[in-house]
Structures are given as structure tokens and as C-alpha cells.
Write a protein that binds this ligand. Structure first.
Ligand code: ZN
Length: 343
């Protein structure tokens, strides 16, 4: 079995676990040791990271076929979740991505967004036919979820974008949540337009696929913080500029964070000019929303480095806990125990 030994002057293994003179050992695609340097020396491959080691990044909102999987992986992102793409294309790609030799991140997928006839994204230029699955009834909503579960969906995505067309009814939304939860799948939603976050909360949706960019009341923020998590996707609202949308989204996310809400990192890769790989500007916007650098890293990683975790590791030149711009300088990427890039 291929054993890789990584040594670094410092490592952040996960929340509260900063180690100097660190050592990480990978074997057969899993971590077998992560901590201070020990006597373990025998290895097939020894890597001395001249910098800072941490878990690799997961991007929990992408449209992977609109980007370059190889560049995503080389940029430090070893796992992604695709939140909207046609069935016949995305699940085959997700299967292929499980092979250790796949030149890209591990891909988990929701498949198409469940929507109303003519609803978002069925009439949007970016979305190929089949990116939206148009529901015709409550029974059809249940059947659609069951079919996606059989195909291996990792989540169910619902379109509640009332600004771009009709949305599923409350009864359909409830049926989607029931069927998804029966299949142990989370429901994530694109909620846009007045009252749509409230509808998601009422139906028991588990996640907002974007930080909302219309202002939410304190009452709604409080409910959201206890009931669901938010995928950040902040930079698509501004692409480095100052816009009313980013200001409102940051205000929503700040209050949600103070209320104890759970935030996870996602970029909506494929939307506009989001670059493949770790997107440092997204991380910096999370700091603007009030997260500490360590909280940002916690929201970004696939899994802490500990025995039995996937052997997904990156090395940076400098310490991101001191300055998150360190994420711009990825020196080494390991996915499932395979060395992908050495800077
Ligand atoms: Zn998206």
C-alpha cells in the first residue's frame, strides 16, 4: 500500500488543532496519522512541505461542467457538490470522479433543480435543457425525489426563484422535503424573491444554496439560524465590486452568524468569472460577514485531518490563520492519497 509522509513546520488539522513541526501520514486514500512529528518514518513517498499544511477544500455549490475540473483540483479543491445540471450528464461524471485517477475533484451532485413548469432555470441561457425538472403535481414531486435518490443524488435542489418565473406550490415543496428526508437527503434551495426564504423555513428545507440578497427580518434570521445552514456564494453578488446586493447579503449573513447559524463555503463556480480552485475573495467576504479566520477555514474544508479521514491535504506557503490571502498560494495538493500538484 502506498504510504505518503508529509512533514511541515506547521499544520492546522481542524478547529482548535494548530500543530508546530507537524507530520501527516496517508495510506490507501485515508489519513492514518496527523499530529506532531513522531517516529513513523518508513514511507514510499516523503514530502517536506515548506510551509503550512491543512485539509483540502470542499466547494459545496458548483456547476462543474461550466468550469475545468482539473484546474479546480490543482487549485486545492478536492471535493465539490454540483447544485444543478442535467441527470444524464452529471451522475455519470460523479461516478467517474470516484476513480482515484480522475483528473478533478470528487463530485457529488443534486442533479436538476426541481421547479414549476416554466420556472427557473428552464428559461435561462446558462442552463442546458434538463437543468430544471418541471413538476406537474404533488405525486410527481415525490416521484422526482425518489428517482434522484435512486440515481445517487447527494442532495435535492429546489428552485424557489419567484423573480424568474413560477415556483413549486407549498404542497409540492412539502412533498419534496418529506420524500427527501425519507431518503436521508438534505433539501437545498435557491430562494429568491419576497417571502421565499419564509416558505423554505415553513416547509423544513435544510439549506439555502445562496446567502439571500434581499433583506431578511431579524425574526426570519433567527428562525433560519436554528433550522438551516447557508452556503455562502457571496462573491457572485459583487465580483470584487461594491454592490447593493453584496451589502444586503453581508448584513443578512452577519446577523445569521451572530444568531449562531451554520455557514458553509460555496462559490457557485460556473456562474460568471469565479475562478477554479480555492476562491480567496469568497473567504475574505466571509470575514467581512463576521467570521474569524479559523471559522472560515472550518467552513471551507472537506474534513479535519485525523485518522480515517480522506487523505485530502493541501500545503500553503504561509499561515492562513494570520492572513487568509495565504489561500492564494497553494503549493501541494493531495486527493485520496494521490499527489496532484507540487508547486
Ligand atoms: Zn448555482
Amino acid at each position: 500500500m502506498n504510504r505518503i509522509l508529509i512533514r511541515a513546520s506547521a499544520a492546522w488539522l481542524g478547529p482548535g488543532r494548530l500543530v508546530e513541526d507537524a507530520q501527516v501520514v496517508c495510506e490507501g486514500g485515508r489519513i492514518t496519522y496527523a499530529g506532531a512529528v513522531t517516529g513513523i518514518n518508513a514511507a514510499d513517498q516523503e514530502l517536506a512541505a515548506d510551509g503550512f499544511v491543512m485539509p483540502a477544500v470542499a466547494d459545496r455549490h458548483v456547476h462543474i461542467e461550466m468550469s475545468d475540473p482539473a484546474a479546480v483540483l490543482a487549485g486545492g479543491v478536492t471535493a465539490v457538490r454540483d447544485l444543478g445540471w442535467p441527470v444524464e450528464r452529471i451522475f455519470a461524471l460523479a461516478d467517474a470522479s470516484e476513480m482515484p485517477s480522475f483528473d478533478g475533484p470528487l463530485i457529488k451532485a443534486a442533479g436538476p433543480m426541481l421547479t414549476a413548469p416554466g420556472g427557473y432555470p428552464t428559461r435561462d441561457g446558462w442552463a442546458p435543457p434538463g437543468t430544471g425538472r418541471e413538476l406537474t403535481s404533488v405525486e410527481d414531486a415525490t416521484a422526482a425525489v425518489q428517482e434522484l435518490a435512486r440515481l445517487g443524488a447527494a442532495a435535492i435542489k429546489v428552485s424557489l426563484n419567484a423573480e424568474a418565473g413560477p415556483t413549486p406550490s407549498d404542497a409540492e415543496l412539502a412533498a419534496i422535503c418529506d420524500a427527501a428526508h425519507m431518503a436521508d437527503l438534505p433539501v437545498t434551495t435557491h430562494a429568491q424573491g419576497k417571502g421565499q426564504v419564509e416558505r423554505a423555513l415553513g416547509a423544513g428545507v435544510d439549506e439555502l444554496a445562496h446567502t439571500p440578497w434581499t433583506r431578511l427580518s431579524d425574526e426570519v434570521i433567527q428562525a433560519a439560524a436554528t433550522q438551516l445552514r447557508i452556503v455562502s456564494t457571496l462573491d457572485i453578488l459583487s465580483f470584487g465590486r461594491d454592490t447593493p446586493e453584496i451589502r444586503t447579503a453581508l448584513d443578512n449573513l452577519r446577523r445569521y452568524h451572530v444568531a449562531g447559524g451554520k455557514i458553509t463555503y460555496g462559490t457557485d463556480l460556473g456562474n460568471g468569472s469565479i475562478p477554479p480552485g480555492i476562491h480567496t475573495r469568497e473567504a475574505l467576504l466571509m470575514v467581512e460577514a463576521g467570521l474569524e479566520p479559523e471559522e472560515v477555514l472550518e467552513a471551507m474544508i472537506r474534513a479535519p485531518l485525523e485518522a480515517d479521514a480522506p487523505a485530502d491535504v493541501i500545503a500553503l506557503r504561509t499561515n492562513p490563520l494570520e492572513d487568509l490571502r495565504a489561500l492564494d498560494d497553494v503549493q501541494l495538493v493531495i486527493r485520496s492519497g494521490r499527489v496532484v500538484t507540487r508547486g
